[in-house]
Design a protein around this ligand. Structure first.
Ligand code: UDP
Ligand code: MG
Length: 329
């Protein structure tokens, strides 16, 4: 087997505080991999600047000049982690045999990348990095995450628990992934749908090295909700079920009201009427909101908007040059 060209894709949004350290450490990783003859000398790091407003892109460009492993992709605006990641993957795919995605904050253990590659050499197409312990996460984040994975599983969404977007994909797996053209991206849910052979590699997740999390609670909840409604219609079924149940209850309440009337205690029915008005009103609102969620999704999908726009692509130009050099020789 020829040594594969590996590209490590790193989405970065306002990561100036940690970026230099990340570049340093990942460069070390690629160097080691080349020395161990696990990857080709043409392997690269691809930093995707997701419309940062700080020095992130300048730092990437500076590094491109002096570090031959570093390339960069500048997106024209901030499109979010998942879209930035797919932009990087799509760009890398053309000139890579396998691609690893990892966050810029060094929370994921870069020492297991070697194991990823070993698995790849064994012929495995998708290698998931899975967190072994979540001790560095807060009690709250740990438990909400657990609850999230459990409920996703219950409504039939295949996910690898405790796996974020730290994974290796072979070119053919990535080719398949890139055929999913949906606008509401939830890569963690899509990758298992692709199929192919897969393996899990366990590691300890560390604290963020520097800078702040770009996923505050609000974004985290939105992301979880998005994941759920992008892949399953179970929430809609639940609403239908609750609706059905409340119709049954209202029949009982109706019978009770009629009996009360016959007995002549009409004013006592006031309570139940008020309660049911509120109850039904709430249910209807909930149902409408839920349906609206799906209609919103359809609305976004039918527009077929591009997921990102590239401003500068230093990866493709560099790799093209390399290829031409090879042809000339
Ligand atoms: N990120 C991005 N665009 C965004 C938000 C985040 O590209 O709009 C990147 C960020 O730079 C990091 C990764 O996505 O490399 C994960 O973000 P973060 O570490 O803040 O999330 P957390 O680990 O706290 O969930
Ligand atoms: Mg992080």
């Amino acid at each position: 087997m020829n040594k594969p060209i590996l590209t490590i894709v790193v989405p970065c949004y306002n990561e100036e505080a940690v970026l230099n350290e990340t570049i340093l450490q990942l460069t070390g990783v690629v160097n080691d991999l080349i020395e161990d003859s696990l990857v080709s000398k043409n392997s690269k790091l691809l930093f995707v600047d997701d419309g940062s407003s700080d020095q992130t892109w300048n730092m990437i460009e500076q590094e491109c000049e002096k570090n031959s492993f570093v390339t960069g992709l500048k997106l024209a605006g901030n499109v979010g982690h998942q879209n930035a990641l797919i932009a990087g993957l799509e760009t890398a795919n053309q000139y890579s045999d396998c691609v690893i995605s990892i966050d810029a904050d060094l929370q994921d253990d870069i020492n297991v990348i070697k194991t990823f590659l070993e698995k790849y050499w064994e012929g495995i197409d998708i290698v998931y990095g899975v967190r072994d312990s979540r001790e560095t996460d807060t009690f709250f984040k740990r438990n909400t995450a657990l609850f999230f994975y459990r409920s996703m599983e219950r409504i039939g969404i295949k996910l690898v628990p405790n796996h974020a977007d730290f994974r290796l994909m072979s070119k053919r797996a990535l080719d398949e992934l890139l055929k999913y053209k949906e606008t509401n991206l939830f890569l963690r849910g899509l990758v298992p749908l692709v199929g192919f052979s897969s393996a899990k590699v366990y590691y300890d997740r560390k604290e963020r090295q520097a800078g702040e999390s770009k996923y505050p609670l609000k974004k985290m909840l939105a992301f979880a909700f998005d994941g759920m409604t992008s892949f399953s219609v179970a929430p809609i079924r639940l609403v239908t079920f609750i609706g059905f149940l409340s119709v049954l209850i209202s029949v009982l309440v109706g019978a009770y009201a009629i009996i009360q009337r016959i007995l002549g205690h009409t004013e006592s029915g006031w309570t139940s009427i008020v309660i049911s008005i509120w109850f039904m009103g709430g249910l209807q609102l909930m149902g409408i909101g839920m349906i609206g969620e799906y209609i919103g999704k359809i609305y976004h999908e039918v527009k077929r908007r591009p997921r990102y726009a590239i401003e500068v692509d230093r990866f493709t130009s560099l790799m093209k040059e390399k290829q031409q050099e090879l042809v000339m020789k």
